[in-house]
Design a binder for this molecule. Sequence first.
Ligand SMILES: O=C(O)C[C@@H](Cc1ccccc1)[C@H](O)SCc1ccccc1
Ligand SMILES: [Zn+2]
Length: 166
Amino acid sequence: KLEILEFPDPRLRTVAKPVEKVDDELRKLIDDMFETMYAAPGIGLAATQVDVHIQLIVMDLSEDHNKPMVFINPQITPLTEEQAPYEEGCLSVPGFYEKVTRPARVRINALDRDGNAFEVEADELLATCIQHEMDHLDGKLFVDYVSRLKRDRIKKKLEKIHRQQG
Ligand SMILES: O=C(O)C[C@@H](Cc1ccccc1)[C@H](O)SCc1ccccc1
Ligand SMILES: [Zn+2]
């Protein structure tokens, strides 16, 4: 449905602006993002990845793709100093996985698809995923957490693949 930008596309470095109005137009984008995420497949997708630079994240960690979550203008608060590692991947960095450590538990405050404020506390994969998605909204990628040497190798490999695709 929507095209997912791939590293090292500079548009992935754009800092997303707050959503002004939660209306039917935004809800159409949300539905398109879910369709794109499920088709990838992925368990999370940030608007930045589909070249829309607003603070919007969709996620669904369920097996049956029936537990959709929407985070609009999310704010995150770490709830512990404890860090948890995870072998992260990214739909914008296809085929590469690197260990990233992040706060193990976080609180998220956001608006839902109806514009209502809500708060959730997350740990495990939900904490990892929401932090990974919120990085996208700040123009950050998980490859920013590995050495420059590793990042440049990934960059070269993806640039080669993109050249071959014309
Ligand atoms: O933002 C994305 O690109 C989707 C990411 C979300 C994610 C990254 C790291 C850790 C958890 C979630 C993934 O590509 S979605 C694919 C996936 C599926 C199950 C578990 C981890 C990653
Ligand atoms: Zn990602």
